[in-house]
Design a protein around this ligand. Structure first.
Ligand code: PMT
Length: 401
C-alpha cells in the first residue's frame, strides 16, 4: 500500500467536522502512515489533544510553545511532512492561508511547508458559496494545492446544502491516489544520480580564495527533480547558500576542485547517471600561504596550476555511467560545447551562454541548448526548476534508446 511509511501532517481548524478526523487518523495509521497533528487554538473547542494524540501516537501541538517550555518548531514540522492536510479547513483558516496571515502555529507551519498541501474545506452552505470563499479556494488551487471539495448534506446549522467536509474515506483515497500517482511518475526509481553543483573555492591564504559566481541553484534544482523522480541522489556541492531537505538526497559539501574530485570518485562506480553542473575553478594557486598575504608591493604575482578536470576524468573512467556535462560559454558557444562533449567523453552536454539574458550564474532562470553526438534541442528561458525537468526528460529519453 503506497501510503505505508508516508509522513502525513494534519492541521485541524475549528469546525464541527473536526470530530471526523479521528476516523481519518485511525485509517492512516492502520495503513502504516506516520501521522502528526497540529491544531488551531479554536480546534480545541471541538476535539481534545488527548483523543487525537491517542490515535496518532504523537503529541499534538497547538502553539509555538509547549507547557514544559519547549519550542514547537513549525519549520521542522513542515519539513518533516510528505504531505500536509488541512482538515477541516474553516473559512477563517483558508483566508489566512492564502493571504499569509501568519498568527498561529498552523499557518506558520503551512507557510514553511514545501510538500504538497491538501485542503478539505468545511463551513456552512452560504459561507461555502460566498465569493470570498470561492476566490480563496481558487487562490489555494493556483498555489498548486489540492482542494477536496465539500460535500452536500445536512449541516450543523440544520440547513441542507454543500459545505460538509468530505468524508474521511474520500480524503484518505485522495491522498492515497496522490502517493500512487507519484510512484507511477518515478521514472528514475532505482537509479543513482550524482550531481556536482556550485563553485569551487581555491585558497590563496587563510582568508582569500579564487572562486566564481555559481550559486548552486542549477545543481540543487536538478537534485530535487531527480529525487522527485525516485532517484537516489548524491549531490556534491561547493560553498553555496542553497539548502536541501530531502531524504533521497545525500548532500556532500566540499570546498576545492581536488576535494570535489575525491568525493566524486568515492561514489563513481555505483552511479548510473553523472551530471556536472558545478563551475569548477580551472586553476588553483600553486602555494597556499600559511599566513595572510601582506599588502606590501604595488604588484602581486600569483602562480597558478591547473586543477584536475573532474568531468574529463569521469569520462576517461566511464564504464556504464551516462554522463552529462555543462558548458558555460561566452563565444563560439555551440562549437565549444560540442568540443567538450567529445573531449570529455560525454553522452550529452547542456550549453548555457552568458550572452543570453537570464541565463547562467546566479539567476533563478536559465536558457539552454542540449547536444548529443546526433541531436540538438533548444529551449526557451525558464526557471531553473523547469530547466532541470527538461534536462532530466532528455536524459530519460536517451536512456530509453
Ligand atoms: O550555480 P548557478 O548560479 O545556478 O549557475 C549554474 C551554472 C552556470 C554554473 C551551470 O549552469 C553551468 O554552466 N555549470 C558549468 C560551468 C562550467 O564550469 O563550465 P565549463 O564549460 O567551464 O566546464 C565544462 C564542464 O566540465 C562542466 O560540466 C564542469 O562542471 C566540468 N569541469 C570543468 C572544469 C574542471 N576542472 N572540472 C570539471 O568537472
Amino acid at each position: 500500500m503506497s501510503i505505508s511509511g508516508k509522513k502525513i501532517l494534519i492541521a485541524i481548524s475549528g469546525g464541527i467536522a473536526a470530530y471526523k478526523i479521528h476516523f481519518l487518523i485511525r485509517d492512516f495509521v492502520k495503513k502504516g502512515a506516520e501521522v502528526q497533528v497540529i491544531m488551531t487554538p479554536d480546534a480545541e473547542q471541538f476535539v481534545t489533544k488527548l483523543s487525537i494524540s491517542t490515535l496518532s501516537k504523537k503529541p499534538v501541538y497547538t502553539d509555538f510553545y509547549s507547557d514544559n517550555g519547549t519550542w514547537n518548531s513549525h519549520v521542522e514540522l513542515a519539513l518533516w511532512a510528505d504531505v500536509m492536510l488541512v482538515a477541516p479547513c474553516t473559512a477563517n483558516t483558508l483566508s489566512k492561508m492564502v493571504h499569509g496571515m501568519c498568527d498561529n502555529l498552523v499557518i506558520a507551519t503551512y507557510m514553511s511547508a514545501k510538500c504538497p498541501v491538501f485542503i478539505a474545506p468545511a463551513m456552512d452552505l452560504d459561507m461555502y458559496v460566498h465569493p470570498s470563499t470561492r476566490k480563496n479556494l481558487e487562490m489555494a488551487e493556483s498555489f498548486g494545492h489540492v482542494v477536496i471539495p465539500a460535500e452536500s448534506g445536512e449541516l450543523a446549522s440544520g440547513l441542507i446544502g454543500q459545505g460538509r467536509m468530505a468524508e474521511p474515506e474520500t480524503i484518505s483515497n485522495t491522498i492515497e491516489n496522490f502517493f500512487n500517482s507519484q510512484q507511477e511518475a518515478q521514472t528514475l526509481r532505482g537509479k543513482v544520480v550524482l550531481i556536482t553543483a556550485g563553485p569551487t573555492y581555491e585558497a590563496l591564504d587563510p582568508v582569500r580564495f579564487i572562486g566564481n559566481h555559481s550559486s548552486g541553484k542549477m545543481g540543487f534544482s536538478l537534485a530535487e527533480e531527480a529525487s522527485k523522480r525516485g532517484a537516489k541522489v548524491i549531490l556534491i556541492s561547493g560553498p553555496t547558500a542553497q539548502t536541501i531537505n530531502d531524504k533521497n538526497v545525500e548532500l556532500h559539501k566540499i570546498t576545492s576542485a581536488k576535494e570535489m574530485l575525491a568525493k566524486v570518485f568515492e561514489f563513481y562506480d555505483t552511479i548510473d547517471i553523472g551530471i556536472a553542473s558545478a563551475a569548477v575553478a580551472d586553476y588553483a594557486p600553486k602555494e597556499v600561504a600559511k599566513e595572510k598575504i601582506k599588502k606590501n608591493d604595488e604588484n602581486l604575482t600569483l602562480e597558478l596550476v591547473k586543477n584536475p578536470d573532474i568531468l574529463k576524468t569521469m569520462g576517461e573512467k566511464k564504464t556504464h555511467q551516462f554522463l552529462v556535462g555543462f558548458a558555460l560559454e561566452t563565444q563560439n558557444e555551440e562549437e565549444n560545447a560540442k568540443g567538450k562533449l567529445e573531449k570529455k567523453n560525454l553522452d550529452m552536454i547542456v550549453l548555457n551562454s552568458l550572452r543570453d539574458e537570464g541565463a547562467g550564474f546566479k539567476n533563478d532562470t536559465n536558457k539552454i541548448k542540449i547536444f548529443t553526438r546526433t541531436e540538438k534541442k533548444e529551449f526557451d528561458l525558464k526557471s531553473k526548476d523547469e530547466v532541470a525537468k527538461d534536462i532530466l526528460n532528455f536524459v530519460e529519453s536517451q536512456l530509453l534508446k
